[in-house]
Design a protein. Structure first.
Length: 276
């Protein structure tokens, strides 16, 4: 008995049976799979029978014995002895090589723990009732394709607008919080000569002018802080919305900043050691 006879008998039996048990090894099983759509939903695949293998499942062993008896024209006892020897050699070779090809069926494989499993050939056809069935392609009109593409682009634009609006609303909240904070600017004591007083300058006038000057400095600092925060956030909003168009520019900016930091942090010898 050889591998070709063994595989041919398995295939012929599985065409008309759901199970073919190999004593001392395991059971080949066939399962009917219904029609299904392809991944993109443009093709309907016909039903088929899937062939797989289970080690611990047993069934009627006489089915394979009787088939081999008619093929080799030997007694049942002689077939049992030859099949047992063949299965022992097959398992030993499978444990060693981890894969054995069964002609016109597929590949029988073994894991690192010597657990057996079967991978059927892609063109294996063991479903006689499905003879002549072919995959059916579903044609989609150009108008439907363009409509789907337009819907996708509109959804992307709406998502970008929502993100930008959320960022702007956060900026507004942040600006309100900055306005609500009282910024205290310490006034350093300036040790200079006493100012020359004029007759028309009294204490009330001098103190009021200093208060107005301090208030002006505080308002200017608030405006500067708010302007800087708004500019930074709007800069990131623009980069996010136009990220595809600004990708080359962003790479150049990042590369330039990296070069500047390397010049500041490392010497030429250290950069050579770092491979930069």
């Amino acid at each position: 008995m050889d591998i070709n006879l063994f595989a041919r008998c398995i295939k012929e039996l599985i065409l008309v049976n759901d199970k073919v048990y190999v004593p001392g090894m395991g059971c080949f099983l066939a399962e009917l799979m219904p029609a299904s759509f392809s991944d993109k939903g443009t093709t309907i695949n016909p039903p088929y029978r899937r062939l797989f293998f289970r080690v611990n499942q047993k069934d009627d062993e006489e089915l394979l014995f009787n088939k081999l008896t008619t093929e080799v024209r030997l007694s049942v006892k002689q077939v049992q002895i030859e099949l047992q020897e063949f299965v022992e050699k097959l398992c030993a070779e499978l444990n060693k090589k981890k894969s054995i090809v069964l002609p016109e069926l597929g590949i029988l494989r073994a894991t690192a723990q010597n657990d057996y499993f079967f991978v059927a050939n892609d063109d294996l056809d063991i479903y006689s009732d499905g003879f002549g069935l072919e995959p059916i392609s579903i044609k989609v009109s150009k108008k439907q394709e363009s409509a789907v593409e337009a819907d996708d682009s509109d959804e992307e634009k709406e998502a970008e607008v929502e993100v930008a609006s959320e960022v702007i609303s956060e900026v507004q909240v942040l600006v309100e919080e900055v306005k609500a904070v009282d910024v205290e600017v310490p006034v350093e004591e300036v040790k200079t000569a006493a100012p020359v007083r004029r007759a028309w300058q009294d204490d009330d006038y001098y103190s009021s002018s200093m208060e107005e000057s301090n208030k002006g400095d505080v308002s200017i600092m608030k405006s500067v802080i708010i302007a800087i925060i708004i500019s930074i956030i709007l800069f990131f909003v623009v980069i996010y919305v136009f990220r595809d168009d600004l990708a080359p520019f962003s790479e150049k900016v990042i590369s330039g900043i990296d070069n500047i930091l390397n010049d500041i942090l490392y010497t030429d010898e250290e950069l050579k050691l770092l491979g930069k």
